[in-house]
Design a protein around this ligand. Structure first.
Ligand SMILES: *Cc1c(COP(=O)(O)O)cnc(C)c1O
Length: 424
């Protein structure tokens, strides 16, 4: 039985605008790094958000797999309020009790022994890359360590993580990239074996594999169980590190707390960010004690693990557990996939596949037709449903983890209407 608390009804806004949001003024002063939809959001409650003109949307984006408890959840409001009144930021010059408590929760609820806190997914992956490199130099005696990553992966936008990201479109113009990365096709064990033997030359050797248990941005592609078990075996045999990027799939989104639980293997190092704070910026890198080789001064973050972010994230973690939200993720995920498959069956010439775990799901469109995921996302937005593409041909569904049966039903009906409109 779900005991999910209803989100507070938002107060009637006195700022509802009669004219559309002035995107031109915005674009004059904000760098154009994003191709934004012409929509300005102002408030939210539960799985619903409202734009500046008071129009309501069902939010199946959740800040891109981030707002696990939805918007304006009473737990978030209380945690944020309490922590800001107590202490919000000091420095890692001192012990921070909330940081220790959050780390303890993560360690007790995962295969990890230690945690490093930062502020985003890219930073968590940077920390993992640095830890793997130090482990390579000091334990594996590799002079030029190579980290293998997958084609169509996504690991972030900093220079090292965009290099790790196996998608040339994100790297264009930013070369020279960071050395020490090599790419292999996802879910292809022969390619990994070949790369490891080919790269064992001179000072260069493979030191780690960095991979998503389910590729999110690259098209919502779940990892193959046999592939991941073989990866684990290879890493154990030659002593290299297996690193999982759980930034999008972790913290309950998959219906289990961590994506690796679907694959029956444990990583040596893994990262989390998006869902960890329920929308408050926080990132974390977890490791087993054997590969925790950092010494004081070797890695740091000014904001990382501050009382505010850790206090709020701890409340989010405890709420996931206390309210048995993972059960809701599994149930609503099944309902959503069943509904998406029913729609796919009606449009076989347009939709090729529905796939995912828990509440991270993708619907893939035929490669041979002109219609893109963005076309359907736009049509759904016009009908009052927010969705996000994962690549040109996949529509991604990542609602808050507290989404209700009724909301999933509404989303499915709205999506079907949108598909009918764009294909008419
Ligand atoms: C979003 C994402 C990142 C990057 O996270 P940021 O917080 O944007 O830096 C890294 N890895 C995966 C798998 C992601 O989905």
């Amino acid at each position: 039985m779900q005991t999910l608390k209803p989100a507070a009804i938002p107060p009637q806004s006195d700022s509802v605008q009669s004219t559309p949001f002035d995107t031109d003024s915005f674009n004059q002063v904000v760098m154009s790094t994003y191709a934004r939809f012409p929509l300005a959001l102002e408030k939210g409650a539960g799985c619903r958000v409202w734009d500046t003109q008071g129009r309501e949307y069902l939010d199946f984006v959740a800040g891109i797999a981030t707002c696990t408890l939805g918007h304006a959840h009473p737990v978030l409001i209380e945690a944020v309020t309490k922590q800001i009144q107590k202490l919000h930021h000091v420095s890692n010059l001192y012990y921070i009790p909330e940081q220790g408590e959050l780390a303890k929760w993560i360690v007790e609820h995962s295969c990890s022994d230690r945690v490093f806190f930062c502020n985003s997914g890219a930073e968590a992956n940077e920390a993992a890359i640095k830890l793997a490199r130090k482990y390579a130099h000091t334990v594996l005696q590799i002079d030029k360590p190579i980290i293998l990553t997958a084609h169509a992966s996504f690991h972030g936008r900093t220079l090292a993580t965009v290099t790790a990201t196996g998608q040339p479109k994100y790297q264009k113009y930013f070369d020279p990239l960071v050395p020490g990365f090599h790419y292999v096709p996802y879910n292809d064990i022969a390619a990994i074996e070949a790369a490891i033997s080919e790269l064992d030359e001179g000072d260069y050797r493979v030191a780690a594999i960095l991979i998503e248990p389910l590729q999110g941005e690259g098209g919502v592609r779940p990892g193959d169980v046999a592939y991941f078990q073989k990866l684990r075996k290879i890493c154990d045999e030659i002593g290299i590190l297996l690193i999982f990027d759980e930034v999008q799939v972790g913290m309950g989104r998959s219906g289990k707390l961590w994506g690796y639980e679907h694959l029956g293997v444990e990583p040596d190092i893994f990262t989390s960010a998006k869902a960890l704070g329920g929308g408050i910026p926080i990132g974390a890198m977890m490791s087993k004690s054997f590969c925790d080789v950092f010494q004081p001064g070797e890695h740091a973050s000014t904001f990382g693990g501050n009382p505010f972010a850790c206090g709020v994230a701890l409340s989010v973690c405890q709420t996931l557990e206390r309210e048995n939200i993972l059960q809701n993720v599994q149930d609503r995920g099944e309902q959503l996939r069943d509904g998406l498959r029913a729609i796919a069956a009606k449009y076989p010439h347009i939709i090729t596949e529905v796939r995912g775990w828990g509440l991270i799901n993708g619907m893939e469109l035929q490669a041979s037709i002109q219609l893109t995921a963005a076309d359907i996302v736009k049509a759904a937005m016009d009908e009052g449903l927010l969705l996000v593409p994962a690549g040109p041909k996949v529509i991604r569904f990542v609602p808050p983890l507290i989404v209700t049966e009724k909301e999933v039903e509404t989303a499915l009906q709205t999506l079907e209407k949108a598909i009918a409109t764009v294909t008419a």
